[in-house]
Design a protein around this ligand. Sequence first.
Ligand code: NAI
Length: 511
Amino acid sequence: MAPALASEAAVAVIGAGAMGAGIAQVAAQAGHEVLLFDAREGAAGEAVRRLAATFDQLASKGRLSAQDARAAAARVSAVRTAADCAGAKLVVEAIVEDLEVKRGLLRELESAVADDAILASNTSSLSITALAAGMKRPGRVAGMHFFNPAPLMPLVEVVRGLATDPGVDETLVATALSWGKVPVRATSTPGFIVNRCARPFYGEALRLLAERASDPATIDAVMREAGGFRMGPFELMDLIGHDVNYAVTRSVWEATFHDARYTPSAIQRELVAAGYLGRKSGRGFYDHASGAVAPAAVTSPPARAPARVAIHGEPGPLKPLLDRMAAAGMAVQRRPVHPLFPDGSIDAGSAWIALTDGRTATARTAVTGVANVVLVDLALDYATAKRIAIAASDACDRKAQATATGALQRAGFAVSQLDDVAGLAVMRTVAMLANEAADAAMQGIATPADIDLAMQKGVNYPRGPIAWGEAIGAARVAAVIGHLAVSCGDGRYRVSPRLARAAQTGTAPAG
Ligand code: NAI
C-alpha cells in the first residue's frame, strides 16, 4: 500500500462551510498544518475561530489533552487566496456543488501547487472524471468523500476517476486510515457507493406510502423495530432534509439516463414545493414544532392466540419466530410440506401464515384458493425483533386475521398490519438494497466487502446489504424482486445479473 501523507505535509481545505470546517478539524487533529480558504470574505477566519472553540470543548470533555487541543488549534490558519495554498501536498475542496465552479477552482490550484500535490474533491454527486477532464495532470485528481459531520462519521469514500493515477487513490486511502477514518475505494459513478446503494431505503418507503401501505410513523416503527435500522426512512428523510434527499435522488436518476430504479417521488417533490423540508424547517413528514406530539405507530389491539400451530415443511428463516411461539407456550407441531404452500407455512388453525415472497397475500389466495392467508414481513432477527408487520389477503376473514395476530402477539411481537402491498416493508426494502448493492458490485464500483462496510459506516445499516441478501438467500431475494416487478409493472424491479447468477448457482438456501 502507498504510504499516507506525512504528518509534516500541509493540507489545504477550500470551502469553510459545514464539510470544509469538519475536514480541517480532522486533518489538524491528525497533526497536519491546515490552510483554510473560502471565497466569502471572513468565512475562513470565522471557521478557524470556531475550530479553536471546538478543540477547547474537546479538551474540557477530556477527549483531547489541553496541550493537544492548543497545538491542533495553532495548526489551522485562514488564507486569503486559493494561491496561498501553494505549499500544500493535499488539497481537499469542499466548495459549492457545481461542476463548473469546482473545475475553475481546480485549474487555479493546479498552477499553484507542486507537481506531486494531490487535488481531492469532497463532491457527493459530481463525476470525478468530469472534474479532472482538461487539466494538465488529471491523474492527481480523486474524490475524498467525507460524511456529515466529518469529525464524527468514520467513512471516507476514496473515488477514482477514469484518469486518476493508482498511486493517488492509494495515498488517499492510507491517509484516511492514518486520520482514524474507515476508507473504501469506489469508482466515479453516480452516487458512488453510499448515495447510490441507499436509494432504495428512501425510494421503497416513498412507494409504500404512495401505495398507502400505512402511515409514516408505522412504516418507520416497522423498519426500526423489525428491520433493525437505527432510524426509519421517513424520520431519516426529515433529518437529512427533503430538498437535499430529493436533489440526490434526482442527480442519480439524471446521471443514469432516467433509470426507473431511481425515479424520484412526487410525494417528496410536493414536500419540497411546500417548503416542508423536515426538521430544519419545522415540518416534513412529521411536525417538528416544539411541543408537537409524535404520532404513534398503528399497532393491532390484543387478540387471542391459538393453543397450537403447525409448521408445514421447513420453517426456513421463520424458525426463530416459531421458537418464540413455542417458548410462549403454544404447541408447535411439525407437518409435511403442504402442496399449496411449498415454501413452508404456519397453520394457526384458521389462518395460514407465510413469509412474504414479494407477492401480495391476495395474489397468494388467487394461486392457492386459500382465503385466509396472512403474510409476515422480514425481520433482521426474528429472535429479538419487537415488532412485525403483517398483511392479510382481501379474502381473509376477521377471525383468521385475529388468530394470526394473536399468535404473533403471544410470541412477543407488537403487530402492525399493513395494507396488502407486495413485499411488505422490510422484505421489500432489504431485497432492493441487496439488489442495488449486487449491481454496484457487478459493475465493479467497489468490492462487495467495501460496499457492506460503506453502508454500515456511512449510513449505520445494521448489516451490509450484500451479506444481508446472502443471509436471506439470493434465490429468495430474486423471487421477491421478480414478484414486485409483476405486481408494479415497471423497470424499477429488475433483478441484478449478479444476484440472478447467485440464485441459479444455488448459493442461496432452498426457499
Ligand atoms: P456549505 O454551503 O456549508 O459550504 C460551502 C462553502 O464553500 C461556503 O462557505 C462558500 O462560501 C464556499 N465557496 C463557494 N464557492 C467557493 C469558491 N469558488 N471558492 C472558495 N470557497 C467557495 O456546503 P457543504 O455542505 O460544506 O458542502 C460542500 C461540499 O461538500 C459540496 O461539494 C457537497 O456536495 C459536499 N458534501 C456535503 C455533505 C453534507 O452533508 N453537507 C456531505 C458530503 C459532501
